[in-house]
Design a protein around this ligand. Structure first.
Ligand SMILES: Cc1cc2nc3c(=O)[nH]c(=O)nc-3n(C[C@H](O)[C@H](O)[C@H](O)COP(=O)(O)OP(=O)(O)OC[C@H]3O[C@@H](n4cnc5c(N)ncnc54)[C@H](O)[C@@H]3O)c2cc1C
Length: 592
């Protein structure tokens, strides 16, 4: 019942008018000419609309089944997966040495949004593989890379990330899975992992599990964790598949959403594993991939909001109820379409303004990752590290909220399965939980990232906003609608950071009680900054007479809405932060 159209024009605007990628000086970005990116995005859009989106409901209704140890994915998933592989999409940003196309992460993020909007559960199979590819690519030996990466890039083998166990999710120091060293240099891996996405399925010939485990005798806690490659089928020297390894799927989780993705209990019964990276340095290996993985989940969050908005908008133009209070807009009909009503407008504007701002923020984050990886730019790396918990936490919280707003646009139809909006709500919900819950993201932001480089990175961010405002203050249209609100919001952010500095040292609860608000305050400032830049690009393009004037007018009006209606939330978040720990910590445990 739902449909999906890739937002190619909006992505093109962000890539070329706002981020101005082909002249941004990042190695490899000069290839990203507008015609080229348009062709790639349109092709991805076709696959998303015609193949992946029609399977979204099928996946939700059928779910996955475990039959004699084999997980059966929903009807049509395997054929669609083969099409994704044939198109070379799996290795879009992977190294050409292993068969990838060597495209920037930025372009992959655009394609990621398109595929995830179309079918989040389906896209998780290749999403998890990409995480495993990155782990091996970054930390594996040459031999490990040669053995696993070409097949993973072509998509005939997939990958997983195995961290969680029944007794540990957030606190990985509690991991019990054991890795016993063997004489031949391999390890015997024993233990149980739970909730492993794409842990077992019928779409690829082999599954390469990346598993966190402890080598006996190592340090306690997170310092004693190592990372291992554990293939489902052993790989012979000539690259062919050998015998089945001692790893199996012990069950499938029944869950609220993403039914088309298999969430597995994985049992390791003395399975053969290969150490990847240094012994006891598994957490460090995981951390180097975290910026990219968390940005990926942030993209998942707003993507569900984006597709939900498209469908809510179509409904609002079609459904007739009541009359426009200022005069009938559909006098020949029995009533006016609900989009005439201010409250429905508010609802749709919230969805649109968030989604477009989020897209720009995520693509800026992806550009920073490319700049840090391709130019070795330490400042970009530090900045994206600072922004990562915001990209993950804010974009998924607000992305979920956007799906609920879209559901509300449909009234009762939004609650029924027939219209499909409720699936977006259910699917988006997990993005706030996995890859580190959003509460943990906020602790990372306040506890670790604010102090990054002795506080220089966050000061650099404040300076970035300040100099942007100063540079553009002469532009009257930009100043009133965009720069003044951004200045006020940025002042709230700096005020909140100062509160933490002055009070958090004496009592950490003063900082941690406000961390969630701080993450949202930060997110709003980032989106405000994005909207100011988008408005500027739209004004410039309009003045130059290039492109579609109606598109730019819409952009400016949507941005004005965000600045006027969403950005003032920074004042509320600051007030909550400055109320301190006392209201949060007032009750004894027994009083709850
Ligand atoms: C559908 C699905 C797919 C998943 N896929 C994978 C996968 O592929 N691989 C994998 O390894 N894992 C996966 N997970 C696991 C997921 O990453 C964890 O659920 C998540 O990290 C949270 O851990 P937990 O559920 O054990 O919650 P807990 O750690 O028990 O936390 C419970 C609550 O307490 C809070 N909390 C915990 N510690 C603190 C603290 N110190 N300060 C403040 N608050 C705290 C948390 O924010 C949370 O709200 C998946 C989970 C699901 C449901």
């Amino acid at each position: 019942m739902t449909t999906y159209t890739a937002p190619v024009d909006d992505m093109q605007f962000i890539l070329h008018d706002v981020l101005q990628i082909s002249t941004s000086g990042v190695p490899g970005f000069d290839e990203l000419e507008p015609d080229f990116t348009k062709a790639v995005l349109e092709e991805a859009g076709k696959l998303a609309s015609d193949v992946l989106h029609p399977l979204n409901k099928v996946g939700d209704e059928q779910g996955c089944r475990l039959e004699n140890g084999v997980v059966r994915t929903p009807e049509g998933f395997k054929a669609a997966y083969d099409k994704v592989c044939e198109g070379g999409w799996i290795g879009l940003d992977c190294d050409p040495e292993y068969g990838g196309q060597g495209m920037p992460h930025l372009l992959n993020s655009c394609v990621g949004e398109i595929f995830v909007s179309a079918n989040m559960a389906f896209n998780m199979y290749q999403g998890l593989s990409h995480g495993a590819y990155n782990a091996i690519y970054t930390h594996g030996t040459d031999e490990q890379k040669r053995t696993y990466l070409p097949k993973m890039v072509e998509g005939t083998w997939s990958g997983t990330m195995n961290l969680t166990e029944p007794q540990c999710g957030t606190d990985l120091g509690l991991i019990r899975t054991k890795a016993e060293p063997q004489d031949d240099g391999t390890y015997k891996i024993s233990g149980q992992k739970i909730w492993i996405s794409a842990g077992e399925h019928d779409m690829t010939d082999n599954i390469i599990h990346l598993v966190l485990a402890k080598i006996p005798g190592g340090p306690d806690g997170v310092k004693g964790i190592s990372l291992f490659i554990v293939p489902k089928f052993m790989v012979n020297e000539d690259g062919s598949l050998g015998e089945r390894n001692a790893v199996s799927c012990g069950g499938l989780e029944s869950k609220m959403g993403i039914h088309g993705n298999a969430t597995c209990v994985m049992n390791y019964d003395g399975a053969t594993g290969f150490l990847i990276g240094e012994m006891h340095k598994g957490m460090r290996a995981m951390f180097t991939m975290m910026n990219e993985a968390r940005l990926g989940v942030g993209v998942q969050g707003y993507s569900q909001g984006a597709v939900a908005y498209q469908n809510a908008l179509a409904f609002a133009k079609d459904r007739v109820q009541g009359r426009d209070v200022t005069g009938a807009k559909n006098p020949g009909g029995v009533a006016d379409p609900i989009i005439v009503h201010p409250d429905v407008r508010r609802n749709l504007m919230d969805q649109k303004a968030f989604t477009e701002g989020a897209r720009a923020f995520a693509l800026w984050g992806a550009q920073l990752i490319d700049r840090s990886q391709r130019s070795g730019d330490a400042e970009s790396e530090a900045l994206v590290s600072l922004l990562t918990p915001v990209l993950k936490g804010f974009l998924t919280d607000k992305g979920f909220e956007t799906t609920v707003l879209a559901q509300q646009t449909l009234g009762g139809s939004g609650f029924t399965t027939e219209w499909g909006l409720e699936q977006f709500v259910r699917d988006a919900r997990i993005t706030m939980i996995y890859e580190g819950t959003n509460g943990i993201q906020s602790l990372d932001l306040v506890g670790r990232k604010l102090g990054l480089n002795g506080g220089k990175t966050v000061m650099g961010f404040f300076e970035l906003i300040k100099s942007y405002i100063k540079e553009n203050e002469g532009d009257a249209a930009l100043k009133e609608g965009f720069l003044d609100p951004l200045k006020a919001a940025s002042k709230d952010l700096q005020g909140a950071a100062t509160y933490f500095m002055q009070n958090g040292m004496k009592n950490p609860n003063e900082a941690l009680s406000g961390s969630y608000d701080f993450m949202h305050l930060f997110g709003h400032v980032c989106l405000g900054y994005m909207w100011a830049q988008m408005a500027k690009a739209a004004y410039v393009a309009k003045a130059n007479g290039t492109g579609n004037a109606a598109f730019y007018d819409t952009k400016i009006a949507t941005g004005r809405y965000y600045m006027a209606r969403q950005l003032p939330a920074t004042g509320m978040h600051r007030a909550r932060i400055e109320s301190g720990a006392a209201p949060v910590m007032a009750l004894d445990v027994e009083q709850f």
